[in-house]
Design a binder for this molecule. Structure first.
Ligand SMILES: [Zn+2]
Length: 442
C-alpha cells in the first residue's frame, strides 16, 4: 500500500467533531489535525476518501485543497517552517454509508451501518473514509472524539468517556479521549441504542462492554469471560497494555470482529453461537491488544506478526478450552503451507490482494509454533514477553522480531526463520520428521 501515510509532518492529535443525525444519513463533520512539520512544507497530503469536502484551513487561514484519489493535497497560504506546529481544520459532510470491499478476511470495511446507528471497521486502509488521517499502521496519535447524538442514542469511541454535554434539541455531545496514541486503522466510534455494562478485569482493570439494548442478556455468558481471558493472556504476555478494555457488540450481519483499540468490536452472532468459537474470537481480538495495537506493525508486510500472534494464542487457549488441539491445527496448517505460499505469498511476503488471507493467520501462527519447537517452550515464552515489553507502544517489523528472538534465545535464528518467513518452500518442522507438506496444485 505505497500511498498509505504521508511524509513531512507528525500528527500530535486528531480531534473529530461528528454531528450525527440518523443511520445512513450524511452529517456535518470537522476534523482538526494538530501536527508538527518535520521539514519545511509548502504543501502536504492527508489520506481522505469520499465524503463531501467543505473547506480546509491551516492555522485559521483558508488553504487550497485538491483531491487526488485518496490523497487530500493541502497548500497552506504560507509555508510551514521545519519544526513548526500547525493546525489543519477539515470541514466536510460525512457519508456514513461509505465502505469498501476486500476479498479476504476483512470483507466489507469503512462505515458499517447498523439498524439504529453505526460502527466502524477501518482496517486496513478505511480510516480515510471516516476522517482525514495519516493512514498508516505505524503512525499513531491520540484522538479526541466529540460525537453529538439525537435523544435516546449513545455514542462510544476508543478510550475514556470524558463527559457528556447537553446540546440544543435534546441532543447530547459525548467526548472521548483515546488516552494512548492510536493508529487510524484501529479507531472505533459507534452510535446506537446502547447499554454500558461495567465489570472489572485483573488488578481492577476497568472493563466496559457496549451492548445494543436488546442483546444484553443473550450475549452476557460469553462477554463475562473477558476477565478470565485477560488473566490467561497476562500469564503469558505480561500486563495488559491499555488502561481499559471492553467488547462492543456489533449489531450487524458482517461476520468480522476487529481489535479496535481498548474496545474490540465483536459481531452479535459470534456471541450467540458456539462457546468454543466465541472464545476463539474474543481471545483473538484481546491478544491483538498486545500484538497489533500496542506493538504496531511497521508496515503492512509485517502483518504476520499481528495476526500470527493473535491466531497462535487463540488456538493455544482453545486447545485447553474445548477446541481443537494446537498440535492438530498446526499439523493441518503445515500440510497446506506450500499451497498457501504459492497462492498467498510467504508469511512475511504478502501482496496487497493477499494481505488478510489464511497465510497471515494459521500460516503465521505456524511460524511461531516452529520457533517454539526450535528453541523450546521456555525460551519461546521469554521471546514473546520480551517482544511485547520492548516494543510496547512502538512499531516493530519482521527484522526486529528475528533480531530479538535471536538475542533472547542466544543463537542467530536468521538462518532458521528466514526460510519460514520468505520464499517458496516450507522448511521441515523441528522435532516432527513425519510432518509432510502437501504438493502444490496450480
Ligand atoms: Zn486478527
Amino acid at each position: 500500500m505505497p500511498l498509505a501515510g504521508n511524509g513531512g509532518y507528525t500528527v500530535r492529535r486528531y480531534t473529530l467533531d461528528f454531528d450525527w443525525q440518523a443511520p445512513r444519513t450524511p452529517f456535518a463533520a470537522v476534523a482538526t489535525v494538530r501536527a508538527t512539520a518535520t521539514q519545511a512544507l509548502s504543501r502536504f497530503d492527508l489520506d481522505f476518501a469520499g465524503n463531501t469536502l467543505r473547506g480546509v484551513t491551516v492555522d485559521g487561514a483558508p488553504a487550497a485543497a485538491v483531491r487526488d484519489g485518496d490523497e487530500l493535497v493541502v497548500t497552506p497560504g504560507r509555508p510551514v517552517p521545519r519544526g513548526g506546529a500547525f493546525t489543519v481544520r477539515v470541514a466536510y459532510t460525512a457519508d456514513p454509508t461509505q465502505g469498501r470491499h476486500r476479498d479476504d478476511a476483512i470483507q466489507d470495511y469503512g462505515w458499517v451501518p447498523t439498524a439504529d446507528g453505526t460502527i466502524v471497521c477501518a482496517q486496513p486502509d478505511g480510516a480515510r473514509m471516516i476522517f482525514p488521517a495519516n493512514d498508516h499502521p505505524s503512525l499513531r496519535a491520540p484522538v479526541t472524539f466529540r460525537i453529538t447524538t439525537p435523544p435516546g442514542l449513545s455514542a462510544v469511541a476508543n478510550g475514556r468517556l470524558v463527559g457528556t454535554d447537553r446540546r440544543p434539541g435534546g441532543r447530547t455531545r459525548w467526548t472521548y479521549d483515546s488516552e494512548q496514541p492510536i493508529a487510524p486503522q484501529l479507531v472505533q466510534m459507534a452510535v446506537g441504542r446502547f447499554r454500558f455494562v461495567d465489570s472489572k478485569g485483573p488488578h481492577g482493570l476497568p472493563v466496559r462492554d457496549v451492548v445494543p439494548d436488546g442483546l444484553v442478556t443473550d450475549t452476557e455468558a460469553y462477554r463475562s469471560l473477558t476477565p478470565e481471558h485477560l488473566t490467561w493472556l497476562e500469564q503469558r504476555l505480561g500486563p495488559y497494555p491499555f488502561r481499559r478494555y471492553g467488547v462492543l457488540v456489533g449489531d450487524t450481519d458482517l461476520p468480522v470482529a476487529l481489535e479496535t483499540q481498548s474496545l474490540s468490536v465483536v459481531p452479535r452472532d459470534d456471541l450467540l453461537g458456539d462457546r468454543v468459537d466465541a472464545e476463539r474470537n474474543l481471545v483473538h481480538e484481546l491478544t491483538h491488544h498486545w500484538t497489533g495495537d500496542s506493538v504496531a506493525v511497521r508496515r503492512w508486510s509485517d502483518l504476520w506478526l499481528s495476526e500470527g500472534h493473535a491466531r497462535y494464542y487463540e488456538r493455544l487457549y482453545s486447545d485447553t478450552h474445548g477446541g481443537d488441539s494446537l498440535e492438530d491445527a498446526m499439523r493441518a496448517a503445515y500440510e497446506q503451507h506450500d499451497q498457501w505460499r504459492h497462492d498467498e505469498g510467504a508469511p512475511a511476503e504478502p501482496t496487497e490482494a493477499t494481505l488478510f488471507k489464511v497465510m497471515r493467520y494459521d500460516g503465521s501462527a505456524l511460524v511461531l509454533y516452529a520457533l517454539r519447537e526450535k528453541v523450546g517452550a521456555e525460551a519461546f515464552d521469554r521471546i514473546e514477553r520480551t517482544w511485547v515489553t520492548r516494543y510496547r507502544g512502538r512499531a516493530a517489523g519482521t527484522a526486529d522480531f528475528v533480531a530479538l528472538a535471536s538475542q533472547v534465545a542466544g543463537e542467530d535464528l536468521t538462518p532458521f526463520l528466514k526460510p519460514w518467513l520468505y520464499g517458496a518452500h516450507t522448511p521441515p518442522m523441528p522435532g516432527r520428521p513425519d510432518w509432510q507438506v502437501d504438493p502444490v496444485e496450480d
